[in-house]
Design a protein around this ligand. Structure first.
Ligand code: BEZ
Length: 213
């Protein structure tokens, strides 16, 4: 059955460029981002993996472990990573899963036969510390992802996990947030004193100060 938001991210054992892992154990208490690539030695993927490597410190700051997957075997991954480091001027500093039998790609519904029956699409899964799927995005093979947008989404997910808030269109960290509709007026008065109500259902409040917990 297709995966949905709120489902437990399927656990698996796999060979990666950092050795064998069991996914849930590898995630530990962290958030995770799992992103798929159609195949090794493909140009768009090469740029994506390089960009992701350069943003690793940003993912680390947010306690998010990064892991990529492509259906090719581990030896091919190693040669490709050499090329990525050379052409993108980076060090690929997170594991790349080898999935030649397509076990993980099938588990995560990353092969869309009407797009291609062999290659994976560009799926992104963001997984919370509770191992639940918090976000899924699917791009076609021909369109590279925007990793700055993925960091922005993680900032929103982490904020809204802790507070009774949502984030409006094009929100950036530090911008005003929206009080979720399930919060009554009395509760909003207590939790967000001085909030701004444009309409009874459209209530803004300053972004809470970030904390490390
Ligand atoms: C790529 O990663 O460059 C790519 C893969 C499949 C189709 C188009 C582009």
């Amino acid at each position: 059955m297709a995966l949905r938001l709120g489902d437990t991210a399927p656990d698996f054992e796999a060979e990666t460029t950092d050795g064998k892992i069991r996914f849930h154990e590898w995630l530990g208490e962290s958030w995770g981002i799992l992103f798929s690539h159609p195949a090794d030695y493909t140009p768009v993927c090469t740029t994506e993996l390089g960009a992701a490597a350069k943003l690793k410190s940003e993912f680390d700051k947010r306690n998010v472990k990064m892991i990529a997957i492509s259906v090719d075997p581990i030896d091919k991954h190693r040669g490709w990573i050499h090329d990525i480091n050379e052409t993108q001027r980076c060090i690929v500093n997170y594991p790349l899963i080898a999935d030649p039998e397509r076990k993980v790609s099938t588990l995560y519904d990353m092969i869309h036969p009407n797009a291609s029956d062999t290659l994976t699409v560009r799926s992104v899964y963001i997984i919370g510390p509770d191992k639940k799927i918090k976000l899924m995005i699917t791009y076609p093979a021909s369109t590279g992802r925007n990793f700055d947008e993925l960091l922005r989404v993680i900032d929103s997910l982490q904020l809204t996990a802790k507070h009774k808030l949502a984030t409006p269109v094009n929100w950036r960290p530090g911008d005003e947030c929206i009080i979720v509709p399930s919060v009554s007026k009395d509760e909003a008065d207590k939790l967000f004193p001085g909030y701004r109500a444009q309409k009874p259902y459209l209530r803004y409040t300053p972004a809470p100060r970030p904390t490390n917990t």
